[in-house]
Write a protein that binds this ligand. Structure first.
Ligand code: GDP
Length: 349
């Protein structure tokens, strides 16, 4: 999961390291401003006071950690530009790539630090903070929200077809059951042929109650019936599917508005697939603009190397990614924990 992104961040760290291992003038390469005469010892003494052939970047970061010196703008420029480019190539949204590199820049340039850390640790911490900033936007504890909300809690799932919405509802039913909550599923995707059969299969496998209407029925009415069923049978959570495609996007949004009016969901979760990258980020924004979402489930993270959507969606929409789908099984639903994701991305194996 997100291996490509992990590699990119690792390369940025290495770039910075490399600078520190090399004399200012690299043999065989044209060096814009520095002259080759400064090429002596790879790493200068920590307390070296020379301005021109002073310590490399990581060393300076270490010095910054002791509060003695700081990294200059120029030294970071190239590695940061490279990182930004690679993030963009990995489908990270432009504003998010900028936010990450700006934050790393802010962390590393012009700051003096008190605690003693290695240069590598300083750089790594800067990356971690930059990532955490963008991916933890709007985070809340979903389980606690379920616990605190009056029952039945009504959760509606939106998103386009094929991204794993129905599977996610099934996984969520299992996830809730494991935490002691009963659920009923409602097939609000009355538009798509075969949608009832598909969700019924999951309901059978999970032994969860399912409410369906005939194809062409009113999605809001199906979810409304499920709410009534839940109220009458002390069911804790209603999981409502919606159509992922209608004749026009106006129809699609009208459907969501009507559901909002008729059942007033406690939570609306937008589902999309991590592998769709920038498209998933754009759709999250469109859906959120049209019918406000509370959070996101990003499926197929197991098949996504780039991590572009995972890194971008919360920052772009202001709504948190709450879960990752990590496989086709019912147990393949993981809470999206920003700290753990950052750890995973920076952990050396
Ligand atoms: P829907 O049209 O959005 O309801 O999509 P489905 O729930 O039918 O899922 C479409 C396909 O994606 C199915 O083959 C699922 O098994 C698969 N799928 C769903 N979630 C995941 C996931 O997290 N990882 C992987 N690898 N496949 C998934």
């Amino acid at each position: 999961m997100f291996d490509g992104l992990k590699d990119k961040l690792g390369r940025f760290k290495d770039d910075v390291e490399e600078e520190s291992d090399e004399p200012e003038a690299e043999a065989g390469e044209s060096v814009p401003e520095e002259s080759a005469e400064t090429a002596e010892e790879p790493a200068a003494e920590p307390d070296a006071d020379e301005e021109d052939d002073g310590p490399g970047l990581a060393k300076k970061a270490a010095l910054a950690a002791t509060g003695r010196t700081v990294i200059t703008e120029e030294e970071l420029e190239e590695p940061l530009e490279q990182l930004e480019l690679e993030l963009l190539q990995g489908d990270v949204e432009m504003s998010v790539a900028n936010a990450i590199t700006d934050r790393i820049h802010e962390e590393l340039v012009g700051e003096t630090r008190k605690q003693v850390e290695s240069g590598e640790q300083v750089v790594e911490r800067a990356i971690a903070e930059a990532l955490r900033d963008v991916i933890s936007v709007g985070q809340f504890d979903f389980e606690q929200r379920i616990a605190e909300t009056d029952k039945p809690v009504v959760v509606v799932f939106t998103g386009v077809n094929g991204v794993g919405k129905t599977t996610t509802i099934a996984k969520m039913s299992r996830w809730l059951e494991e935490r002691g909550y009963s659920s009923v599923m409602a097939n609000g995707d009355t538009y798509r042929a075969g949608a009832n059969e598909q969700i019924e299969e999951h309901a059978d496998a999970l032994d969860t109650k399912i409410i369906t209407h005939e194809q062409g029925g009113d999605p809001a009415a199906v979810i409304y019936d499920a709410v009534e069923y839940a109220e009458a049978n002390d069911v804790d959570v209603v999981l409502g599917d919606t159509a992922g495609r209608l004749h026009t996007s106006n129809d699609l949004m009208a459907q969501l508005e009507k559901i909002d009016r008729v059942v007033d969901p406690d939570l609306t979760l937008f589902v999309d697939e991590a592998v769709a990258g920038q498209d998933a980020t754009n759709r999250a924004k469109e859906f959120n603009d049209a019918a406000e979402i509370d959070g996101v489930v990003l499926t197929k993270a197991d098949a996504d190397s780039q991590g572009g959507a995972a890194i971008s969606i919360a920052h772009v929409t202001g709504k948190p990614i709450l879960f990752l789908g990590t496989g086709q099984g019912y147990d393949h639903l993981e809470r999206f924990d920003p700290d753990e994701i950052v750890d995973r991305l920076l952990r050396e194996e």
